[in-house]
Design a protein around this ligand. Sequence first.
Ligand SMILES: NC(=O)c1ccc[n+]([C@@H]2O[C@H](COP(=O)([O-])OP(=O)(O)OC[C@H]3O[C@@H](n4cnc5c(N)ncnc54)[C@H](OP(=O)(O)O)[C@@H]3O)[C@@H](O)[C@H]2O)c1
Length: 302
Amino acid sequence: MAKILVTGSNGLLGQKLLAELSKKDHAFLATSFGANRNTELDPGDYREMDITSLEMTGDIVRGFNPDYIINTAAMTQVDDCESQQEKCYNINVKGVENLLATAAEVNAKLLHISTDFIFDGEAGPYREDDSPNPVSYYGWSKLEAEKRILEDSGEHAIIRTVLVYGMAENMSRSNIVLWVKDSLEAGKDINVVNDQWRSPTLAEDLAKGCLLAVEKNAKGIYHISGDEIMTPYELALRTARHFELDEGLVHETDGSRFQQAAKRPPKTGFDISKARRDLGYNPVRFENGLDITADLILKFKS
Ligand SMILES: NC(=O)c1ccc[n+]([C@@H]2O[C@H](COP(=O)([O-])OP(=O)(O)OC[C@H]3O[C@@H](n4cnc5c(N)ncnc54)[C@H](OP(=O)(O)O)[C@@H]3O)[C@@H](O)[C@H]2O)c1
């Protein structure tokens, strides 16, 4: 049994981690920016914690004295990171420095979530030891955080993931599956790119992978994602077919037609054989992930 402090617990992965933790024997404390938005959580298990405040982070980490800190907190909107670089640096790099400093005080290990966007997307799918070369400020900030963690101690772990989807309560941002489903149900046409490749990851699978990493005392870098590589266009079509929505509303396009602040890496996706072998990680098929997500849409939207 471990004592685990989760940051960013209001977020998609944060909420899934808490759902997994509540089924297990580990003691945990949920923390996030602002008030708790996860009504399934016992109020006594939540503390407001802004990871950009060293003082607040130090007080709460020292008070709980965890064995592990799982850091899901981040500025995750890629275009916002490009246009608000100082804010992004504060959360994605300084926030991690604060967690490292306070983890050292209580001898806790950090399990940090990183991204496929540290790669340039010229040679995916990627393995853990492939060379990073981010093409956006978000990717750069997440890579800087990885460097700080690896320089700090060999005891910490970094879990990189790709295009996370799923449904949680009071979400502050949507994701591609929810966007496709909501748009098609409303009869709206959508344009979806066919020149990017990703391995979409069910948030529940990612949460399970993080806890496997804690339980196996994983160190260093692990790639955890779904095991099917597809374009967003294919993802949208498979979502439409699975939910029996109008595929005719899904239109193929390419990235050059979008005006976006940040560049996207064209082909990422992960080779997850290390996580399968060392952690026993085993993701669901994409359509199973859609079923799990649909059940939670009914639960949280009703
Ligand atoms: N989503 C993806 O497709 C994807 C892909 C690759 C990697 N990742 C990584 O996976 C991790 C989890 O992502 P996610 O999808 O769960 O993101 P998310 O839903 O945006 O959750 C991030 C959470 O962090 C919170 N947060 C922001 N700034 C904070 C601060 N200063 N202190 C404490 N909490 C703060 C956010 O609060 P608010 O809710 O109040 O904004 C949000 O609840 C992130 O590290 C992300 O970089 C995500």
